[in-house]
Design a protein around this ligand. Sequence first.
Ligand SMILES: [Zn+2]
Ligand SMILES: [Zn+2]
Length: 735
Amino acid sequence: MSNGRPNYEAAQVESERQDAWERRDAFATELPPEGRRAIYIKPSSPFTSGNLHMGHVRDYSIGDAYARFRRARGDAVLFGFGFDAFGLPAEMAAIERKVPPAEWVERCGERMLGQMKRLGFSFDYERAFYSSDESQYRWSQWLFLTLLEAGLIHRADTTVDWCDHCRTTLAALQVEDGACWRCHNEVRLIRRPTWFLGIAPYLEENDRRLAELEASGDWDEISLSTQRYILGRSDGVEVELEGPGGAPLLAFSPHAEALAEASFVLLSPRHPELEALVADPGVREQLEELRSGGWERSARDAKSVPLVDTGADATAPWSGAALPLLVSPLADARYGPTAALGIPAADEADATLAGRAPRVGEGAPPAAGSPPAARPAVRYRATDFSISRQRFWGTPIPIVHCEACGPVPVPEEQLPVVLPRDVEPTGEGNPLAELPSFVETSCPRCGEPARRETDTLDCHFDALWLWVPSAVPPSERAEQMFTHPDLRRWLPSERLVAGADSGGFVFDQRVVTKALRDIGPFAFMEAGEPFSGCLFHEMVIADGRKMSKHLGNVVDPDELVERYGADTVRLAVLYAAGPAKTLNWNDGALRFASRFLHNLWVYAQERFARLEQAPEDPEAAADTEFMRERLGKWCDNGVARITDDLEQLQMHTAVRNVTRLFERIQDFEKRVVKRRGALSRADAEAQVAALVLLVRTLAPFAPHAAEALLLAAGEEDGEGLPGAWPEQETLTVPV
Ligand SMILES: [Zn+2]
Ligand SMILES: [Zn+2]
């Protein structure tokens, strides 16, 4: 029945519905009985920046619509997330405000949770967590030790930027035009040991599984293409050369047809046999420098990338030609840590490199001879990466350095290695290294005094498993984070919904899932894939440009919600563009969504209210029966389309189809009125049934307004709302 409000008051409707959801704990995750589908929808994990931006609103509006749709269809849904709370941006913000990062992060998280609730996102908020909580990073430490033991983590030297004035290493983000962000002193490079995650053992499988994921149809094109890009697969052949000492050296080339024209060999500085191939100490020193990555700030193209001539040659057995061995990181950038044939005749980059190496082409022309049948081969560009940082705000690395024993893992029962929470980093020095209470300890192996590792893990490492905790009840995470039986029900996640820039995270999460499958805890996930479906969406921009404070074009979701209401904002974000398109924000979509909700609200309320007044008129009813039948077909078709769109997470077309169905329903009334002057009871009942059906299909997108309209149509407030998704057999409206 009408609640007497002629106008759509979004703020009031939304706060009433949000209170009702809170009262009935509407989004609590319930483990389904066996046989019922369990669907874990994973949204992106926000950084604790303190503000949701429009990209978040887009992400969560898509994920929330999908979650609500799945619930309405009877699936058990887990829709949960955690904050990616460690990392440099939070540490820098805390330094600026002179507060401990722990405090800053908590304040930011609270605020963002409030924004999410105001937008009506149906997360299981009880399951939300912060990666910076002790109970969480204890498991990041466990993961570190587990991967270390499996041989997937190693320690090696690298170069990092160093500020003499601040006595600290700097991240790329903290170096502005070669100067320190804090004191503007010039920075210099220093060498230091750092920890690396090895992903090489799983590249081939990540590649192979990608074909399966594509075949499933549940990975959209952007998510697949980012995985392919990060993998960087090259197809070609490999041939065996004779190395300087006579030992065989395998060389790869993507140019199978031009092997005979090879004139040098390009080695990666990380080629496993490089040490054995190079004897000259001067050359070795140059190679060390290359390996430590000090070249990275220079250009990376063939013209300017560092190139070292080892002075040694390999021999092509088929022709006797001497091929100079050159070393360059360009090999990595193209094919990974391997050796590649340099074929200037077939390859532009090779030609450029050859021009920079005087020895290439100097020797006698090779005797004619064709290379042996080359074996097909594949190389991957994706490579091991550094996971440790000289920062305060991160997971402490559970390692103790002992004079006698070297780096020793902290025994699992001594976890967590606790990060002090009351420290206010200043940007000077390394706060952990300067805290004797943190640093000084004893060696777990020999008991002698020893020092804790003072590097922390990059937050990328926390993110490797940030999709796991939501699937475990909060009270049981301390004991069973990776072994809880619920994991088998919820994993792999049915759908990841994330920004198009998340490809790197997802790639590494896919690697670590396979590692944990082989190590044991995730043995039940045979494919080693954390996400069986994946939707990547593009970003939200304004005036054709990325939003930034600097440009003054930041759209604030809070202001929009205040002015138009959450449902209108959500509907507008979904309607404005498909996920694969960049959303160039403008008020057009907002005006459209606002007008639609207002019109539907008033129209439906009026029809619900005057249903009883429509006269019973059998003769009129018989005369318009064909119209009601047509209305029924329109509803059938509309719901079928909207369902299809939702299954594919194509929310923009789903919203369009919802608005079209509303036009059909209005059209029905106009036609009946034109023919008979008014709606008979049968017509009015059919129309109200169609409106109720329409409102149910609107519920995933504009959940507050939809529920309020269902109440106005006479449904009871409570767990039954918004009711089951209209399925084929329930579609036909009364005729
Ligand atoms: Zn400085
Ligand atoms: Zn020791």
